[in-house]
Design a protein around this ligand. Structure first.
Ligand code: IDP
Ligand code: MG
Length: 139
């Protein structure tokens, strides 16, 4: 099992000034930040990143949301990182997310849900590589 995962602090979080609070939570829960940067996703990047959802009815809106303002992308390290981040985030729909989870606290809607987290070790590896060279990562 890999000890890495990938997150995006999404545009709604950055807009509302919740970036620091969310990163604090992650650090409190034992994640180390291997790499972090602020980026304004291009349409092409957002489409590529979410290509797996290209046939879903919400794809177009998702791409406009993810390009609506800057985001922070980060590579994180923790034992069992992928599962641990998914638990910390909560369910996709903030209304269904466990109390105390990041999405329950900071998400607006099923679309504007504050944070992205990889759903498997393989996707974590690919998503980290989408934004970072290995030489940009250190613990
Ligand atoms: P996840 O982020 O919890 O892994 P996914 O199913 O991978 O959820 O969906 C990717 C993103 O697409 C979600 O985080 C959310 O921003 C958006 N999304 C997912 N389902 C819906 C929906 O039913 N309506 C609108 N947006 C959605
Ligand atoms: Mg997903």
């Amino acid at each position: 099992m890999s000890n890495r995962t990938f997150t995006i602090i999404k545009p709604d979080s950055v807009r509302k000034g919740n970036f620091g609070k969310i990163v604090s939570r992650l650090e409190e829960q034992g994640f180390r930040i291997l790499g972090l940067k602020k980026v304004a996703l291009t349409q092409r990047q957002a489409e590529g990143f979410y290509a797996v959802h290209s046939e879903r009815p919400f794809y177009k809106d998702l791409v406009s949301y993810m390009t609506s303002g800057p985001v922070y992308v980060a590579a994180l390290q923790k034992e069992g990182a992928v599962a641990s981040l998914r638990t910390a985030m909560g369910a996709t729909d903030p209304k269904k997310a466990d109390a105390g989870s990041i999405r329950a606290e900071f998400g607006e809607s099923i679309e504007q849900n504050a944070i992205h987290g990889s759903d498997s070790d393989e996707n974590a590896k690919n998503e980290i590589a989408f934004f970072f060279a290995e030489s940009e990562l250190s613990d």
